[in-house]
Design a protein around this ligand. Structure first.
Ligand code: MG
Length: 251
């Protein structure tokens, strides 16, 4: 399904879904600490969600077993929370979460460095991946083409000489977690499907300190870099408006 122009009621539900999501991701970013298991993070997400009226979109999606994706260091996305997997100071922890509110879905992710790191490359990777997300968002407006967004992201990541993960892309979102069109993190301006105000999309650059190639673990979910290089991931769900993007998944 190509992402639809949302009704005003649907947009109101998505705004609320996005606020809930932003609150949960923010809480996780504050609470993530050395010695915690990745399952502990999923439990925090579940508890934070309880009183909000939101539902965890990822739980059961194509059989995904938990509410949150937690991907550490060379894991790019889709890490399954585990009670025996512990977080250490200096880890790059990517947190990806989805919220369904009144049947409308938003999707967002952030990468945090736990504690303090002396590693300037890691800091730069995280900062630049977030910059790439903002660059992609900055070109969004009524009539934007997917390639305009893709190339804005690619420009930032290429400048930093990062690996741009080809196999994983942004997407339409709203009625379903993944709607068409795909929104790659590389592309040519003035190319690809045209988007209209009222549509909602998830933009999500993923970058590595090495190669772009990724592989799936034996758990059939966790995607990690083939060369073991560290990765970062940032994502927002945005509403396309006449004059630009409204970021739905921020506080
Ligand atoms: Mg997504």
């Amino acid at each position: 399904m190509f992402t639809k122009v949302k009704t005003s009621e649907e947009i109101i539900a998505m705004r609320q879904s996005g606020k809930i999501l932003a609150h949960v991701l923010n809480q996780l970013s504050i609470e993530v600490t050395d010695g915690m298991s990745t399952k502990d993070l999923a439990e925090i997400a579940k508890n934070e969600l309880k009183s909000t009226g939101g539902q965890p979109t990822f739980l059961g999606y194509f059989g995904f077993p938990d509410v949150l994706c937690v991907s550490i260091n060379d894991e790019v996305v889709h890490g399954i929370p585990r009670a025996n997997k512990f977080i250490k100071n200096g880890d790059l922890v990517s947190l990806d979460f989805g919220v369904t509110f009144e049947a409308m879905i938003t999707d967002a992710a952030t990468t945090v460095i736990v504690g303090k790191t002396e590693n300037k490359q890691h800091l730069k990777l995280v900062n630049d991946t977030q910059k790439a997300l903002l660059a992609g968002i900055s070109v969004v407006t009524d009539g934007v083409k997917v390639g305009d967004i893709s190339s804005a992201i690619e420009e930032v990541l290429s400048r930093g000489k990062y690996g741009i993960v080809w196999d994983l892309v942004g997407h339409g979102v709203g009625h379903r977690l993944h709607e068409d069109p795909n929104i790659p993190n590389y592309g040519r301006p003035n190319n690809g499907p045209q988007l209209r105000q009222g549509m909602t999309i998830a933009i999500e650059p993923m970058a590595t300190l090495g190669d772009f190639k990724v592989e799936v673990d034996e758990d059939d979910w966790t995607m990690r870099t083939k060369d073991g290089s560290f990765a970062a991931h940032f994502e927002h769900t945005v509403l396309i408006t006449e004059r630009g993007a409204e970021i739905l998944t921020q506080l």
